[in-house]
Design a protein around this ligand. Structure first.
Ligand SMILES: [Mn+2]
Length: 305
């Protein structure tokens, strides 16, 4: 049986009976991969900081009136190791992650991945795509990540969605919060039919002028089975300073919850990752925000289950 973490270090500090691999419907997989850093580093410490902060997250969700963790069980796997002497990097690391996620999918688990840099996301997306050929991707991010390569590496965090677009139809990708982009990415988006919701358009009220619940437009563009990849730099730096490339004019908590809550109601969220958290020592609120985000996505994903 796969090795799991116990109450001292698992997600939400759950007692054994609610955190066993065999019975848990949700599995948290820490993936502390950090290889391509462009500005600030530290994403390898993201999973640990999130798990540590999750001890202080309430089991009960007041909005959904439920203690999801007791209803469905949440097991936390030991963090994937990418080696010390001879490190697994780039393609080799991605294959390693994909195989792990595939085994979780075969055991019918809902997979919640804690990164690590954004590069890792193409691995679970490839694994889920094998199971769900209609899979669509909802990407929360400040950056499109469609550069063909960055700093000479095709497996850079800045190129992750370009890698995804090599096996999954890019028109099945919806991005929200984008506000820093290279021209080649803008061209890719237009040519490949990606749906991109730019932060400046959202802030200017482009969508709310037409629709009260503009989130529904996002959800309508997604297929039945949806994977969420959540780069924490999507959030405004005021609530999320702990990331390598913080960009101004970011998104906030409440509007984000609106999107995911409505998504969980209408579509099947199959799994998610949260990446690019680079914890700042002594600054707790960003770690807490991400722990809450992880549990909120789980709650919304299981609304109907
Ligand atoms: Mn990203």
């Amino acid at each position: 049986m796969p090795q799991t973490l116990d109450v001292r270090s698992n997600f939400l500090a759950l007692p054994k009976e609610h955190a066993q691999y065999d019975t848990a419907k949700i599995v948290v997989l820490p993936v502390p991969y950090e290889h391509t850093v462009s500005y600030g580093g530290g994403t390898k410490d993201g999973p640990k900081a999130t798990l540590n902060a999750s001890k202080y997250v309430e089991f009960y969700d007041e909005e959904l009136d439920r203690e999801l963790c007791f209803d469905v069980g949440i097991a936390t796997m030991r963090a994937l190791s990418f080696g010390t002497k001879k490190k697994k990097v780039n393609k080799e690391a991605l294959t390693y992650i994909e195989n792990k996620v595939t085994s979780l999918i075969e055991d019918e688990k809902f997979v919640a991945i804690l990164g690590g840099e954004h590069t890792i996301s193409s691995a679970p997306i490839a694994a889920f795509y094998k199971k769900y050929p209609d899979l669509s991707i909802l990407q929360f991010d400040a950056h499109s990540d469609f550069r063909d390569e960055y700093q000479g590496n095709k497996y850079s965090h800045a190129s992750v969605m370009a890698r995804v677009g090599e096996f999954l139809d890019p028109s099945n990708i919806v991005q929200v919060g984008i506000r820093a982009q290279a021209k080649e990415e803008s061209i890719y988006i237009q040519e490949q039919g990606v749906s991109t919701y730019y932060a400046y358009e959202i802030r200017q009220g482009k969508y709310t002028r037409v629709l009260k619940h503009w989130e529904d437009q996002i959800i309508d563009k997604l297929s039945e089975n949806v994977y969420i990849t959540f780069d924490v730099d999507y959030f405004d730096p005021s609530i999320m300073p702990s990331t390598g490339t913080p960009e101004p004019n970011g998104m906030y908590w409440h509007e984000t919850m609106n999107i995911i809550q409505r998504l969980g109601k209408k579509k099947n969220i199959v799994g998610f990752d949260i990446v690019e958290l680079a914890p700042i020592t002594g600054l707790h609120h960003p770690d807490m925000t991400i722990a809450r985000l992880a549990y909120k996505i789980m709650n919304y994903a299981f609304q109907k289950k």
